[in-house]
Design a protein around this ligand. Structure first.
Ligand code: NAP
Length: 253
């Protein structure tokens, strides 16, 4: 079996379930040692770790609420405290996946809607990318992969205005940083999923309509986003930089 990410340390934020869990499992199958981050679900994170280990891979769960600055700092510190002995402070792959959406009209939204969206979808992504790049630059190799959304390119449905704002920020940040780091061996890309079957996504009344708008006629599977991330993380993807890779079953065609 090919293990292109052997001896690499990968951090996947928000990987106790959904898309993040699938990414963690896939990167571990490709040989990476994976840090499985979670905030509220330690049991689910341990289940992901167990699944990885049972398959012969390596993973460790680290709890850190990334919607707070303390949580971001705790996760960064763990790269040295928990994994420093084995990896010497290195980080090879960062997948910024943790995210949230609150459905509902903008005009009726709570006053803290900005904080809820930006504090999780954007702030940790920026802080962790900076820390990761510092670790990756000396080794002239790294992969920063941000999970954006088709909502980061247009606004296909109403009621998610703040989410759209954050995902545009994700794609803009991806492009900007990719241009700054381009010549260093560290690539910065994003994957923009369409509608994927997770707890975050189909739980609203438009689910069947959305399926019809996707030309392959179904929601995406979490493993299909994980495959795109694994593709971007692969050593052979070194010439892909600043890309927002759409994986949406043809929704935005
Ligand atoms: P999900 O099923 O709701 O999973 C979210 C993950 O993030 C969980 O592991 C959760 O762990 C973690 N998380 C939540 N709050 C956190 C916090 N404060 N700190 C750290 N981790 C936290 O979501 P998903 O559908 O897999 O979405 C993952 C990413 O894909 C998001 O960025 C989302 O915007 C993007 N996306 C999803 C879709 C879709 O259709 N599903 C489409 C486009 C883009 P805990 O429960 O332990 O907190």
């Amino acid at each position: 079996m090919s293990r292109p990410l052997e001896n690499k340390l990968a951090l996947v934020t928000g990987s106790s379930r959904g898309i993040g869990a699938a990414i963690a499992i896939r990167l571990a199958a490709d040989g990476a040692y994976v840090i499985v981050n979670y905030a509220a679900s330690p049991a689910r994170a341990e289940k992901v770790v167990k699944e990885i280990r049972n398959a012969g891979g390596n993973a460790e769960a680290v709890g850190a609420d990334l919607s707070t600055v303390q949580g971001i700092n705790k996760l960064i510190a763990s790269i040295d405290q928990v994994f420093g002995a084995s990896f010497g402070g290195r980080l090879d792959i960062l997948v910024n996946n943790a995210g949230t959406v609150v459905f509902g009209p903008f005009m009726e939204g709570a006053e803290d809607s900005y904080d809820k969206h930006f504090n999780l979808n954007v702030r940790p992504l920026i802080a962790l990318s900076k820390d990761a790049a510092r670790r990756m630059l000396p080794q002239k190799w790294g992969r920063i992969i941000n999970i954006g959304s088709i909502h980061g390119e247009s606004a296909p449905i109403p009621g998610v205005t703040m989410y759209v704002a954050t995902k545009f920020a994700v794609h803009g940040f991806t492009r900007g940083l990719s241009r700054e780091l381009g010549a260093t061996g560290v690539t910065v890309n994003a994957v923009q999923p369409g509608f994927i079957d997770t707890e975050l996504s189909p739980a609203n009344g438009q689910a069947e309509d959305m399926k019809k708008l996707t030309s392959v006629g179904r929601f995406g599977r979490v493993e299909e986003i994980a495959s795109a991330v694994a593709f971007l993380a692969h050593p052979e993807s070194a010439f892909i930089n600043g890309e927002n890779l759409t994986v949406d079953g043809g929704w935005s065609a």
